[in-house]
Write a protein that binds this ligand. Structure first.
Ligand code: 9UX
Length: 69
């Protein structure tokens, strides 16, 4: 099983933001990939297990940003 979900994240403006979000979201259990599109403010998460939106939301907030929409 592979789950892919894309989130809109506000506040990311530089490469360090990308690194922080990638690290925090990548630490969620089951997550196998994190792709951040800085220009579009999109974060695409690939997971080998069911992915809880709340977990992604919490990880993004932990990094200092916010999932919108
Ligand atoms: Mo770069 Mo991102 O200095 O919040 S880390 S803008």
């Amino acid at each position: 099983t592979t789950v892919t979900a894309t989130y809109t994240v506000s506040g990311m403006t530089c490469g360090h933001c990308v690194a922080s979000v990638t690290e925090e979201v990548g630490a969620i259990e089951g997550v196998t990939g994190v792709e951040v599109d800085l220009a579009d403010g999109k974060v695409t998460v690939t997971s080998a297990a069911a992915l809880a939106d709340a977990a992604v939301r919490a990880a993004v907030e932990e990094a200092g940003y916010e999932v919108v929409g």
